[in-house]
Each structure stands twice: as C-alpha cells, then as structure tokens.
Design a protein around this ligand. Structure first.
Ligand SMILES: NC(=O)c1ccc[n+]([C@@H]2O[C@H](COP(=O)([O-])OP(=O)(O)OC[C@H]3O[C@@H](n4cnc5c(N)ncnc54)[C@H](O)[C@@H]3O)[C@@H](O)[C@H]2O)c1
Length: 433
C-alpha cells in the first residue's frame, strides 16, 4: 500500500489504474466516429423523461461527438413534452428526436427499443426496470441502468439473469450507483481495500434527510387522475414503485458499504422502522424511517439508518471503522495510522454522472463491455432485505431475501384501475413472503 508506506506521496498503483482508465475513456471520447456497431453514430433512447433521465441524456450526449439522442419514451405525454422541449434546447445538433420516435404509454419502452437505438437510458421508477432491461438486452441494446434495479426479489432475480445474458451478448450494462464512478470515492475505497484502516471491524451508514416532493390527493382529484395514475405520478411513496426509501434512496449508502466490503454481502439483517411524521395518505404507505443492522459472515456489522422527516437534522455520511483507523467516505478522509484526504483541488461536484456515461460510451467504442450487473443487483437486494426486516420485525437472512416470492407487481397496468393505498406494514403482523 503506497499510502501506508509513503503517506501523502502520489497515488498507489490501483488508483493510478483508475486514472488511466478515466484518461483513456476521455481520450476515446475524442476518437473519430467509430463504434462496435459500425455505423459511426451512436443512437441513444431515453426511457423515463424525469429529472434523472434528462440529466443522463445530457451527459450521454457529452460522452462523445458521435452520440445522438434519437428517441424518447415516457408513460405520460405531458412529461415527455416538457422534457423534449428542454432537451431540444440544451442539446442543439445532438437532439435528433423525430416526432415518430416519441412514445408514450405502458408499451412506450418497447417501441423505443425497436426504433433503431443502440443504447437505452433506463430512468423510470424502479418497479419497471426489470422488464425494460430484459427487453433491451433481448434486442441487443447497451444500457445505462438507474438505481435501484428492482423493488422486490423476483425483480432482482430477473435482472441478475438479464445481466448474465448481456455478458454473453457482450453488451455493456452501466449502473446508476454513481458513487462507484466518483473519482474521490474511488481513491478512498482503493485505500480502504489496500489496508489504510487495517481490517474492517464495523460500518455505519446514514441517509437522513427532510421532506421530498409529492403529488397530493387534492391534485389527484383536481386533475381527474385514476388511482394508478396518481400512484405512479407520486411513485416515491409506494413500495411497489420505489421499494420504499430504504431501497430507493438509501441504496447509495448501502452500496458504498458493499463496495468497502469488496462486494461481500451481509448474511442477515434485523431492524426497526415506521412512519411517524409523514402519515397523511398523500404519502402513500411507505415508512419515513428505517434503522437496520446488517451482519456479515465474519462478524462485522453495518449499522444503517435512513430517515425522511421534514424539520429533522440532515446527515448523509458513511463511516468505515478498521483496526488501524477510520474512513469518513463522504468526506474522502482517512484518519488513524495512515491519514489521508482526497485533494480538494481535484474535487468536482457531480462529475460521477459524467464519468458513468464516459465509461459506457468508451466501452461501446472500444468493444470492451462493462457489466455492473452483479453489484447493482446485490446492493438492491441488500436494501430490500433491510426493508423486509423493518416491515416484518423478523430476522431476514440473505437467502430469505434472495429467494423471497413476494412479487409487488399489480394485477393490471391501467391508469384508471382502482387501486387503494396498500396498508402500512406492521412489524410482527406483516409476514415475510
Ligand atoms: N443516481 C442518482 O443519483 C439518482 C438521482 C435521482 C434519481 N435516481 C433514480 O432515477 C430513477 C428516476 O428518478 P427521477 O428522480 O428522475 O424520477 P422522475 O419522477 O423525475 O422521473 C421518472 C419518469 O419516468 C416516467 N415513467 C413512469 N413510469 C413509466 C413507464 N412505465 N414507462 C415510461 N416512463 C415512465 C415518469 O412519468 C417520469 O417522467 C429512479 O429509479 C431514481 O431512484 C437516481
């Protein structure tokens, strides 16, 4: 470990390799128009024209001269119209979306995938991810896959299978677990892996925030939305759509813990959770706090907490405790025997999002596929495992989480379908399935 032997001196080999990869990705971005598909141009389609999808489309178009946005899909025409106008404005020549390549409705994703694109950006609420990715890979498309990749265990199993097919077809799958593409976090984790804090003895991750956006029942009434339409427009608050915030938001922290553990996952979890502050039906039925202890096979524990309650103290941080020191990952800082901090001069906020797209398009051009499938599925499962533990009040093992038959898919996809708000889970009553 260079950091250990020569604290404060140049990056270690592993870090250097990360830089070399990043540098070659950006060099590749300047290479003239060629890619494994042969046509020169790389056509991109966006499925889910919301905040994140729009950002990903912009970053994709910056990932190379030959990248074009050629198709858009969203369940709702108003969402598509709004983001189409925005993207047309910001992308200039790179926006080449014809009207006949704009699709809406539940089958929009299929039409987009069949419209001649090379790459799809999947950024709908996570419930839809497994089927969207399965169809994309069946049709031979590379994919950028926003987190989480599913909301239930059957969904995770489906994505694992799809990612294996992608591997066989040499298609790239880049995950939206963006911290894995953050320069500072990469160097920090490389140091943890190479022993800067010694052996890991415990982990703590926290994702405590205030309130988030929501679409009220009053608005539902005013707009004349059916139950399903309202739930999808208000998707954060329904477990079948978001997985609950232990899955939808806190997955970022849990994935960093998995990364610190060299992609080893916990063997069991237990925890507490509930809904105390955000109790109105406008907020569906998800919890507003979860606290979960994840145990690893070697006895290490990860103490995990997340909260979404307006007016409470915010804290988004990850700490890794070792025999030689501690890593405050979000501060990119190691204290103890081998103190180190990622240089402030190299910190560039938001770069991880561009790095993801640079990596994806670099891999496509080079014909050297990236497949982030394993960790993106397992980190999603770790988050679902925590939710199962807080909802049921039981100890949930990794095997229970992996083999659960709980399928949150609704009986029909119909915006007008009658769909009461599901009951809030009650520990001790809600069953593991
Ligand atoms: N990596 C990150 O930092 C990050 C940040 C924000 C969001 N996300 C993830 O990105 C995804 C989208 O989040 P967002 O904030 O952009 O949400 P959003 O609500 O702004 O956008 C989602 C879009 O998907 C559309 N949609 C819903 N169902 C659809 C379907 N079946 N087919 C096609 N379109 C459909 C919606 O109409 C909406 O326009 C989520 O999985 C979220 O967790 C990741």
């Amino acid at each position: 470990l260079t950091a250990k032997k020569n604290p404060g001196q140049g990056p270690d080999r592993r870090v250097f390799l990360h830089h070399a990869a990043a540098a070659s990705a950006s060099l590749l971005a300047q290479v003239p128009a060629v890619h494994a598909g042969g046509s020169g141009e790389i056509k991109v389609g966006l499925i889910g024209c919301g905040g994140r999808g729009t950002g990903a489309a912009e970053q994709a178009c910056k990932a190379g001269d030959e990248v074009r946005l050629t198709a858009l899909a969203d369940l709702f025409p108003d969402r598509l119209r709004e983001k189409k106008a925005y993207l047309k404005d910001v992308l200039g020549d790179k926006f080449q979306v014809k009207d006949e390549h704009c699709f809406t409705g539940f089958d929009a994703y299929k039409h987009l995938i069949d419209s001649g694109v090379d790459v799809v950006l999947l950024a709908t609420p996570p419930h839809f991810r497994p089927r969207h990715l399965a169809y994309a890979v069946e049709k031979g498309k590379h994919a950028f896959v926003e987190k989480p990749v599913a909301v239930d265990s059957p969904g995770v199993r489906s994505v694992l299978e799809t990612c294996e097919k992608a591997r066989q077809k040499k298609l790239s799958i880049v995950s939206g677990l963006c911290w894995r593409y953050d320069d500072g976090m990469r160097e920090t984790m490389a140091r943890v892996h190479e022993g800067a804090i010694g052996d890991i003895v415990a982990l703590q991750c926290t994702y405590n925030v205030g309130g988030l956006w929501y679409r009220s029942l009053k608005e539902k009434e005013a707009q004349g939305w059916g139950d399903m339409e309202w739930q999808i427009r208000n998707w954060l608050y329904f477990t079948w759509l978001s997985g609950d915030h232990n899955v939808e938001q806190h997955i970022h922290s849990l994935d960093k813990m998995a990364w610190a553990m060299k992609d080893e996952y916990p063997v069991r979890a237990y925890g507490v959770g509930g809904r105390q502050a955000r109790t109105a039906p406008d907020f569906g039925h998800i919890y507003d706090h979860h606290a979960v202890v994840y145990e690893y096979a070697n006895g290490v524990r990860c103490f995990s907490m997340c909260r979404q309650q307006p007016g409470t103290a915010a804290d988004v941080s990850d700490h890794i405790f070792g025999t030689l020191g501690m890593c405050n990952a979000m501060a990119y800082r190691i204290t103890g025997k081998n103190p180190w901090e990622f240089p402030r001069s190299r910190r560039r906020r938001g770069d991880m999002y561009q790095n993801e797209q640079d990596a994806l398009f670099g891999a496509i051009r080079a014909g050297n596929p990236i497949n982030d499938g394993d960790y993106m599925c397992k980190s999603t499962l770790m988050a679902i495992m925590g939710r199962m533990a807080t909802y049921t009040g039981q100890v949930i093992t990794w095997d229970m989480a992996m083999h659960s038959q709980e399928d949150l898919t609704p009986p029909v996809y119909d915006l007008k379908a009658s769909m009461p708000i599901p009951p809030v889970a009650v520990p001790g009553v809600t069953k593991y399935r």
